[in-house]
Design a protein around this ligand. Structure first.
Ligand code: NAP
Length: 291
């Protein structure tokens, strides 16, 4: 069984990004600049934005974190988005989700300039990705394609089962896997909460991408011998033995599934670090587009 080590791969990609940034700066160009808007104090969001800011520092990007109170109004947030759209120093920015219930995430995403939408959530980027045109690909699916690419996982002609159809993971992942890309050309089945006989479907998969947010949902009996398994899930479960009082669990029962899989991502240390590095890749692309 091959462990698809996202942490190690993310470190390699960060080092490659840093080399490019050093070259740009030595040529007198400006540092790529990523900004992040965070509203409220959701523990997970604080951690994720913290990782993103730290990763920017590691590769030599400038980063700006704008942290607002959860009482901020939708109009105020839209004003902040407009400011970042207009700021020539900012190459790309993200608005960390989820947002407080009184703010429409759709409205906020639609307000982001697509050329700065390094999360790849704006309909213009989603549409371009669907058409196979150059665009910012949503960070988690992009990170998964990088894992498949760097570990030379054959996808062409394979049956890929994606469990989950969210706009940020399952849906774009299914589009990329079926597209005419080096890490695409798969025959894709998308499953969701209404799917019947899920196990019959996952048992036919050469590649399974589990993105449903249900800890240890995918068990060994649902996986064919030799399948490649990508675990996107990151659910915080209570763990009194850990300092934080919780730990991350994936959607895959790792001990069980790893006995049958030919390759598998761990949680933590699989897709998560690759999501962060993909955001850096998108930001570098945004910065280079302006040169
Ligand atoms: P989401 O928006 O809640 O979507 C979950 C999807 O799973 C939905 O399409 C849902 O179906 C489907 N689903 C739920 N229960 C199911 C079941 N019993 N059988 C089959 N399908 C089922 O979640 P998300 O944003 O895509 O995230 C999924 C997981 O990935 C979460 O744990 C999240 O924390 C994690 N995540 C990790 C990263 C990372 O960087 N590692 C990034 C993003 C997300 P319906 O559409 O029918 O409701």
């Amino acid at each position: 069984m091959l462990l698809l080590d996202g942490k190690k791969l993310a470190d390699e990609l960060k080092s490659e990004i840093k080399t490019e940034v050093d070259q740009l700066v030595s040529q007198g160009k400006k540092q790529p600049h990523l900004a992040a808007i965070l509203v409220g104090t959701d523990g997970g969001s604080l951690t994720y934005v913290g990782h993103k800011v730290k990763a920017c520092e590691q590769v030599g990007f400038k980063s700006t974190m704008l942290h607002f109170d959860s009482a901020m109004t939708e109009a105020e947030l839209l004003q902040e988005v407009a400011k970042l759209n207009a700021d020539p120093d900012v190459d790309g920015f993200i608005v960390q989700l989820p947002l407080p219930a009184h703010i429409s995430a759709d409205k906020v995403i639609m307000a982001i300039d697509p050329s700065k939408d390094v999360d790849g959530f704006h309909p213009v980027n989603v549409g371009k990705v669907t058409l196979g045109l150059p665009a910012f690909v949503s960070a988690t699916p992009l990170g998964i394609t990088k894992i498949l690419e760097r570990y030379n996982i054959e996808t062409s002609g394979k049956h890929c089962v994606v469990v989950g159809r969210s706009n940020i993971v399952g849906r774009p992942m299914s589009i990329l896997m079926s597209g005419q890309l080096p890490t695409g050309n798969a025959t894709v089945t998308v499953c969701h909460s209404r799917t019947k006989n899920l196990k019959d479907i996952t048992l036919q998969a050469d590649i399974i991408i589990a993105a449903l947010g249900k800890p240890e949902f995918l068990t060994g009996d649902m996986v064919r011998e030799g399948a490649v398994v990508i675990d996107v899930g990151t659910t915080r479960v209570t763990d009194t033995t850990s300092k934080a009082g919780w730990r991350l669990k994936g959607d895959v029962k790792f001990d069980d599934v790893s006995k049958k899989a030919s390759a598998i991502t761990p949680v933590p240390g699989g897709v998560g670090p690759m999501t962060v590095v993909s955001l850096l890749l998108n930001t570098l692309q945004a910065a280079k587009q302006k040169l």
